[in-house]
Design a protein around this ligand. Structure first.
Ligand code: NAP
Length: 321
């Protein structure tokens, strides 16, 4: 198989932790260039802007965007207009309407567009979906709690409008929820806690309903100290399924399913390998995969959410980026 040349835009935490290693291991792709304001990756040609990359490297057909959502749209639009295939980190944009615009452009040009939801590729998510397929869900409790100072040190954009605050990680929970539940859910209300000095919430409670009365409650906290809690507990008419560690572990009625050993060698093992395999599949079939359901739930939480103001948040590691 000939590897497809790909460029990565935005060489920050997720590009270095996951995208670059996944591409190095992928038989389907070859990292041919980066777009980075801070130098990119050693030994790989770097450009200051997406426009400079597009002009200089017509031989690179695919571009993966790892920039913060607020600065994603212009580059992704320019890439599609230049005939390139595009993969977007989650959340796929700063607004639903801009992703709709990218989707329409990709369709018009016959190009592949992938909105990635890495948590859906966690090890136990397919098995959870299969088990739930013929069950009636009565309630779901989501706990998505982590320490922003540990997981997002110095990321100023997360506190600026469009950066989503606690919903930046919580959208991962919503991506799993919308993937595995046999029925759609809708948001019925939310409480959002904003630090006095931030434009995005640091904690939230979101309530949702399923069509047959299932109640979903999400408890979200960005100031959680200690081990991160990334868990969905799903009560059904035939038992309780717990998806833990962001989808990497699963129990049914207390019984571990498969290998339940915590992996310490990688934060989210395998998820990005599977994302790039999916992108390769789309390129081969000229397909598009755009699913905005997780982002719709977040947008609805902002629409319906009651706003509360809390203490200012000062991140000791914050730097202007
Ligand atoms: P990050 O560490 O702040 O990196 C983002 C990179 O984008 C920056 O290092 C910078 O790279 C580039 N950039 C371009 N314009 C920027 C601007 N105006 N402000 C800040 N950075 C700018 O963020 P990240 O954690 O990698 O997250 C990026 C995206 O990946 C987000 O959508 C996030 O939700 C998603 N994600 C993150 C994680 C995680 O664990 N951190 C996990 C999954 C998905 P250059 O210096 O190279 O230009």
């Amino acid at each position: 198989m000939t590897a497809t040349r790909i460029a990565v835009v935005g060489i920050g935490k997720i590009a270095r932790d996951e995208h670059i290693p996944a591409l190095a291991a992928s038989p389907a792709f070859e990292l041919a260039a980066t777009v980075s304001r801070s130098g990119g990756v050693s030994g790989v040609e770097n450009f200051d802007t997406v426009e400079a990359l597009l002009a200089a490297r017509p031989d690179i057909p695919a571009i993966s965007f790892c920039t913060p959502p607020q600065v994603r749209y212009a580059g992704a639009r320019a890439a599609l207009e230049a005939g390139r295939q595009v993969m977007l980190e989650k959340p796929p944009g700063a607004s639903l309407s801009e992703v709709h615009a990218l989707q329409a452009l990709a369709a018009e040009r016959g190009l592949s567009l992938l909105t990635t939801w890495h948590s859906r590729h966690a090890a136990c998510v397919p098995a959870a979906k299969a088990w739930l397929a013929d069950k009636r869900v009565t309630s779901v409790r989501i706990d998505w709690k982590e320490d922003v100072r540990v997981w997002h040190p110095g990321q100023l954009w997360i506190w600026q409008a469009g950066g989503l605050g606690i919903f930046d990680p919580a959208i991962n929970a919503f991506s799993i929820l919308t993937e595995i539940l046999p029925v759609p859910v809708h948001v019925t209300g939310a409480d959002l806690l904003f630090p006095g000095n931030c434009e995005t919430p640091i904690a939230a409670r979101v309530n949702m309903n399923g069509p047959d009365g299932a109640l979903v409650t999400a408890e979200l906290d960005f100031l959680w100290e200690g081990e991160a809690l990334w868990r969905l507990e799903i009560e059904t008419d035939a038992g309780t399924l717990i998806l833990d560690r962001g989808g990497a572990a699963m129990r049914i009625d207390g019984q571990p399913q498969g290998d339940d050993t915590p992996k310490t060698d990688a934060k989210i093992p395998g998820e990005y390998d599977r994302l790039y395999a999916r992108f390769a599949e789309l390129l081969a079939t000229k397909g598009t995969d755009v699913d905005l359901r997780p982002m719709v739930l977040v947008a609805d939480a902002f629409t319906l959410g009651r706003r509360f103001e809390g203490p200012e948040f000062i991140d000791p590691t914050t730097k202007e980026s």
